[in-house]
Design a protein around this ligand. Structure first.
Ligand code: SAM
Length: 303
């Protein structure tokens, strides 16, 4: 089996929660290690997606995220891996030979600004501009502060330079493996509720929406233009109930509001009637260093 890992660091990445997630898979999937159709509507860096494709036999998969450049990069890795690798090789060679001060200039002038300026037609395939945008996204992700993705109100990526001695901007082997694994994957970019989930087939669907912040300052949920607020969480719960009627296998993770307020039963109310488990996870990307460490999260499922 081909093995691959996420090619980007992404806020809310589920690497630390993989064991707990797997323990909560539908029993027939755990037994057969086969999945006919896997769907991930908020795929982000895709920690669980890559784990599944590397360890289970997944016939068909659909991944989606609202972040256009993220999904463009998945497409470029699927379609043009060698062109992307060539471009990242150049960036990596140029970057690594510079001292700290020059690296900083390179980050702002040769990576972040060109990334923000490069306009893309996401609908019309254009190898050159697509490869360039994706290479810049991967390079800024590997060299920026904490691997965060954050935009200002104009939609510009605005995370400052990070301090890594020897960042691995190019991981050739992983990119080639990701590309192979993506060949049976449909890559979409829209809001989760408009992706058109088939109702004639039973799918295994994992939802990893932006976390509901535990307090105003302690969490980071702004991934792209627009926030995911309590109203969005409620809409998502309605959508979850709708899919439940279509007999899909549904698994969803979110933050546990009880970590900071024992009386907060927001999710118990929203997902009444479904199974809700509490699990412990390590969170690494957070805007506050005291936000690191073990934190409890909720796993909600309909089976
Ligand atoms: C918690 S992250 C997913 C983390 C991911 N599962 C991982 O392991 O790295 C949530 C994702 O939801 C995306 N998102 C936010 N609002 C969305 C929407 N309405 N529809 C689809 N995706 C959305 C964000 O761009 C972000 O990548």
């Amino acid at each position: 089996m081909i093995k691959a890992r996420p090619f980007l660091k992404w806020a809310g990445g589920k690497r630390q929660l993989l064991n707990e997630l797997e323990a909560n898979f539908p029993p027939h999937i755990l037994e057969t290690k086969e999945i006919d159709l896997y769907i991930e509507p908020f795929v982000g860096g895709g920690a669980l997606f890559f784990y599944l494709l590397s360890n289970y036999s997944v016939k068909k998969s659909i991944i989606n995220d609202i972040n256009q450049d993220l999904m463009l990069t998945y497409k470029v890795i699927k379609l043009f891996p060698e062109e992307l690798i060539k471009r990242l090789e150049v960036i990596q060679t140029e970057y690594l030979k510079l001292n700290t001060e020059k690296r900083k200039e390179y980050f702002y002038n040769k990576l972040r600004e060109p990334y923000n300026k490069l306009k893309i037609n996401y609908k019309k395939k254009d190898k050159k501009s697509w490869v360039e945008k994706s290479a810049l996204l991967i390079a800024i992700n590997k060299t920026c502060f904490n691997g965060l993705y954050r935009q200002n109100s104009k939609g510009e990526f605005n995370v400052p330079v990070g301090r890594y001695k020897n960042p691995k901007i190019l991981d050739e082997e992983n990119l080639r493996n990701v590309s192979k694994l993506l060949q049976n994957t449909n890559i979409l970019c829209s809001s989760y509720d408009t992706i058109g989930i088939p109702d004639d087939k039973k799918a295994f669907i994992y939802f990893d929406p932006p976390y509901r912040p535990l307090s105003i300052t302690s969490s980071f949920t702004k991934y792209s233009k627009g926030d995911f607020d309590d109203n969005d969480q409620k809409e998502l719960a309605k959508y979850f109930r709708k899919l439940d009627k279509d007999s899909h296998y549904l698994l969803l993770s979110n933050s546990n509001p009880k970590s900071t307020n024992l009386k907060d039963d927001f999710f118990e109310k929203l997902y009444k009637g479904f199974s809700i488990n509490t699990v412990l996870a390590k969170r690494y990307i957070n805007s506050k260093s005291n936000g690191r460490g073990e934190i409890s999260e909720l796993l909600i499922k309909n089976y």
